[in-house]
Design a binder for this molecule. Structure first.
Ligand code: T3D
Length: 267
């Protein structure tokens, strides 16, 4: 057994959260959910954190729900009431997906190995996904009689379009990191040897950028799904009105004019 279900590390302003149940490919139990929830809350509240990296220990990123967890395992006793799997979604997966989407800092999924079921969709809900070339993505739900959750039905068609979303979700085939990059499902696939460096470099870059503008960019892109073009233009105008008076804008322009690197501090 691991000492801790979630490892928490910090390099500069980058907080790294490592799912740490490698014997079951970091599948989720209620206890792991609770630890991850607390760690995300702590990162959100800590102004010294400007980027969160989510990754997995061992050879997997996350295999979704731990199917051996008695809280979700089907009750096979004759006449037994069916297990309410929806409870796990409402209690854990929906809050987790929403928390990641509303973090006050960018969230980078560093997919080190297989990401299956809710594990895949939690990764896809992060702002950037970098995968090691040996990693893979599986919408494993159809194989066990479920539908994609943890945001999958929303994320997949928006990331790759309806045709690919349905293919991935219905067939549940393993998609290599390279295929995922080619489809536009993820930001980048990198060689295993350079994976850790690429993750740290990208996370540090994100941490050095104007955090509040990055987070507003995420929200604006998500909001644009429900807006017409003219409404999106107006929304952008409102946002720029706010950001134009913020310290980071003054600093960004001053740094550009002085030909020096900017030091963004708003959070
Ligand atoms: O159910 C609810 O509560 C609702 C919520 C649902 C959300 C979901 O995420 S549903 C989807 C759940 N996940 C899956 O169905 C994926 C199950 N796992 C797999 O299909 C395969 O393990 C993988 C394709 C991910 C990887 O295959 P492979 O061959 O590389 O590894 P493996 O040998 O299958 O797994 C290694 C070990 O991890 C193995 O244990 P062992 O035999 O060495 O003791 C395996 O049982 C364990 N493991 C992998 N995934 C899970 C798991 N144990 C529990 N739950 C898992 N999800």
């Amino acid at each position: 057994m691991e000492d801790t279900l979630l490892k928490v590390g910090q390099t500069g302003a980058v907080r790294t959260l490592t799912l740490n149940r490698p014997h079951s490919l970091n599948s989720f139990t209620g206890a792991l959910h609770e630890e991850l929830r607390s760690a995300l809350e702590a990162a959100a509240a800590d102004t010294g954190v400007r980027c969160v990296v989510l990754t997995g220990a061992g050879r997997g990123f996350c295999a979704g729900q731990d199917l051996s967890d008695p809280a979700v395992a089907p009750n096979l006793e004759p006449g037994a009431r069916p297990t309410d799997v929806g409870n796990a979604i409402e209690r854990y997966y929906k809050p987790l997906a929403l928390r990641i989407r509303s973090m006050p800092v960018p969230v980078l999924a560093a997919v080190n190995g297989v990401a299956a079921g809710a594990g895949a969709n939690i990764a896809l809900g992060c702002d950037l996904v970098i995968a090691a070339r040996s990693a893979s993505f599986i919408q494993a739900f159809s194989k066990i009689g479920l539908v994609p959750d943890a945001g999958g039905t929303w994320l997949l068609p928006r990331l790759v379009g309806r045709a690919q979303a349905l293919g991935l979700a219905m067939l549940g085939e393993k998609l290599s990191a390279e295929q995922a990059e080619r489809l536009g499902l993820i930001w980048k696939c990198v060689d295993d040897a350079g994976f850790a460096d690429e993750v740290q470099t990208t996370a540090s870059r994100l941490a050095g950028l104007p955090t509040r503008a990055l987070v507003a960019t995420r929200a604006a892109i998500d909001a644009s799904q429900h807006l017409g073009f003219a409404e999106a233009l107006s929304h952008e105008g409102e946002l720029q009105r706010g950001f134009g008076g913020a310290h980071d804008y003054l600093e960004g322009v001053a740094a550009f004019m002085a030909k020096r690197p900017a030091r963004f501090t708003d959070r």
